[in-house]
Write a protein that binds this ligand. Structure first.
Ligand SMILES: *Cc1c(COP(=O)(O)O)cnc(C)c1O
Length: 306
């Protein structure tokens, strides 16, 4: 078997929740990836594919976990990575990406401006443009999460997963199909200021949000990929919105429970078994995708939490 850069992550049961509820809540700990998020799975799949086609240059427009994971995989595979970010991206994240040898260019004030520039720049340099969530290669890579879970546990009654642009959701649903988990219910989580999947699912068509207003920046896509809605039709889906405060509190409680810091984007998923057990009334075995996140400066979170 070829050497992989992403890890097979463990599943930990929540003994705390078992004692309180009692239910079997399983955490798939993708926060333990070398880049602290699941994004490395898709990025590895994507990079290997394009390198196989002779490509050696990659350009992304995500100053978050997608750009960070691309930079990591690019460094391991010896290809050039450029990440175009808007001026709102923190120095904290820019430094992390630069530490991996990737070039960072600041362009525009919002993501869309960085994105448009990255598209142009990729075309000019004959580089591959890498979307943070909208690419079948990413979904294929992300699906490995469920392949692993299918080896590690019995089929759960419910899977809980956070949604930004829907790349993780597509990967999880593809993995569930592949492993025969089609009658498992899926709860999607978003914060109220970034509920693009929630709105689109209710309207049964892609709805573009006017603005993004959330501390969970990794969920901040105005528009989800259409594939997420298509795949969702094949499953029983319960879309859930939680407040920023709830997502943040879940991140802190999870830090206390498992001694690992995850972004509020991930806290949103964990908040369901913590604070909304009523949504799990009919489930005994619950799998939470702990999607992780490296874009969390502790001081920043702590100041919002206090
Ligand atoms: C990217 C990301 C998400 C959202 O994933 P999408 O594929 O955009 O839906 C959620 N949590 C974390 C930590 C992420 O990095």
């Amino acid at each position: 078997m070829r050497h992989k850069f992403y890890l097979e992550t463990p599943i930990y049961q929540s003994h705390k929740l078992f004692n309180e509820q009692p239910k079997n809540v399983f955490y798939k700990m993708d926060c333990y990836q070398p880049t602290n998020s699941f994004k490395i799975r898709g990025m590895e799949e994507l990079c290997r594919h394009h390198i196989g086609e002779g490509k050696t240059k990659f350009v992304s427009s995500s100053g978050g976990n997608a750009g960070y994971s691309l930079a990591y995989v690019g460094k391991q595979l010896g290809v050039s990575v450029k990440v175009v970010v808007p001026s709102t991206t923190t120095k904290f994240m820019i430094d992390k990406i630069k530490d991996l040898g990737a070039k960072v260019e600041v362009h525009g004030n919002v993501w869309d401006e960085a994105h448009q520039y990255a598209l142009k720049s990729a075309a000019q340099e004959d580089a591959v443009y890498v979307s943070p969530f909208d690419d079948p290669l990413l979904w294929k890579g992300h699906a490995s999460i469920i392949d692993e879970c299918a080896q590690q546990m019995e089929q759960p009654d419910t899977v809980i997963v956070s949604v930004g642009g829907g790349g993780l959701l597509c990967g999880v649903l593809e993995g569930m199909k592949k492993n025969g988990w089609t009658n498992t219910q899926v709860i999607t989580t978003e914060t109220t200021g970034a509920a693009s999947f929630y709105e689109s699912y209710q309207a049964n068509k892609i709805v573009e949000l006017k603005e993004i207003k959330t501390i969970a920046t990794s969920l901040g896509a105005k528009k989800i990929t259409t594939k997420a809605l298509e795949l969702a039709k094949e499953f029983t889906i319960k879309p859930v919105k939680v407040s920023d405060a709830t997502a943040l509190k879940a991140s802190f409680d999870f830090l206390n429970e498992k001694s690992v810091l995850v972004e509020p984007a991930c806290g949103a998923a964990i908040s369901v078994p913590y604070f909304h057990p009523e949504l799990l009334a009919e489930s005994n075995n619950i799998l939470v995708i702990v999607c992780g996140g490296a874009n969390t400066e502790f001081n920043y979170l702590y100041q919002h939490f206090k």
